[in-house]
Write a new protein. Structure first.
Length: 95
């Protein structure tokens, strides 16, 4: 979807589409600082946000699945929102 996009700094457009329930590719978006995933149920695939070194905030609300290495090498991550519905967290997801 946005792999390697170095200009995107925030993203909340997914909340405008109620039929989008999973995402799979924002890796290496090095300028991304925040993303709103309130409607997202699954963070699919491996390394969805891996390498987003400036990502600080991820708004979760309905997420039940976080895939392997989802936030790998997201050194700036400080906030993951409401994780109370998460049933599965993959290997090395938050590292």
């Amino acid at each position: 979807m946005f792999n390697g996009n170095a200009t995107i700094t925030s993203f909340d457009e997914l909340n405008k589409f109620s039929n989008v329930t999973s995402i799979s590719s924002f890796s290496n978006c090095t300028s991304l600082k925040s993303i709103n995933l309130s409607n997202i149920v699954k963070i699919n695939g491996s390394g969805v946000f891996s390498g987003c070194v400036n990502l600080e905030s991820v708004e979760l609300k309905n997420c039940t699945y976080i895939g392997d290495q989802a936030f790998y090498n997201c050194y700036s991550l400080k906030y993951l929102g409401d994780t109370s519905k998460v049933e599965y967290i993959g290997a090395y997801s938050v590292f």
